[in-house]
Write a protein that binds this ligand. Sequence first.
Ligand SMILES: C[S@@+](CC[C@H](N)C(=O)[O-])C[C@H]1O[C@@H](n2cnc3c(N)ncnc32)[C@H](O)[C@@H]1O
Length: 247
Amino acid sequence: MGRSLTFIYGIVVYVIFLATFLYSIGFVGNMLVPKSIDSGAQGPIASSLIINLVLLSVFALQHSIMARPAFKRLWTTVIPQAAERSTYILMTSGALIMIFAFWQPLPAVVWDVRNTVLGTALTVLFWGGWLVVLASTFMIDHFDLFGLKQVCANLKKRQPIQLGFMEVGLYRFMCHPIMTGFLIAFWTAPTMTVGHLLFTFVTSGYIVIAVLRLEERDLIAQFGEDYITYQNKVPAFLPRFGRGAAK
Ligand SMILES: C[S@@+](CC[C@H](N)C(=O)[O-])C[C@H]1O[C@@H](n2cnc3c(N)ncnc32)[C@H](O)[C@@H]1O
């Protein structure tokens, strides 16, 4: 790929990702999108469960495999280094779009607290969760996380500056604010259906395992002692509900 083409690819992928991210909010929140987590007619329960679990597994596999340093080393012998992050983001968006398209609703209601004080509090937390996700990407480096810095540097024939270890903003209070934001947004539905609960259980389990077993191992390899000291002093997720809080 030429430098200009790689740059255009990075921009297009970023736009696709932004649209996918916005759609995710509508999908999980059952609002403003043609197909949401609870919309549509219910099919047979067993096949709906299997389809949904397959969709979530595809996402988990894509996300876990493509984020590993060993995979990136191999992968960048096939695609340009500068396009690696954008390609990861494109595949992540693709896996999400598959979930949006093929998700099977399981509409039996587990709880419904709409039009109550609790319902309002959950709605506020839902939006707060998404805000935490977005804001935290800027605390690290939004444009690096989504591949734009890499394609820009490549266009200017420069090496992108590697992110150093950071303990800024929300990262001073928890090691994983982006994932914490997702957990908040997924759990705070004023109306929780069986389908939504399935989505929330599986994604929460995946987030906890992927972060504690895979991502933190890579972060220690990347940042060394700085990250180990940080891990020991700062909770993984919500302040007071993480590893650091127990010490
Ligand atoms: C999708 S972000 C998720 C970060 C974190 N798990 C969270 O939930 O906020 C993954 C990227 O963040 C970077 N990262 C995570 N923690 C960091 C820190 N404290 N300082 C600098 N970069 C960090 C990793 O190197 C990786 O490229």
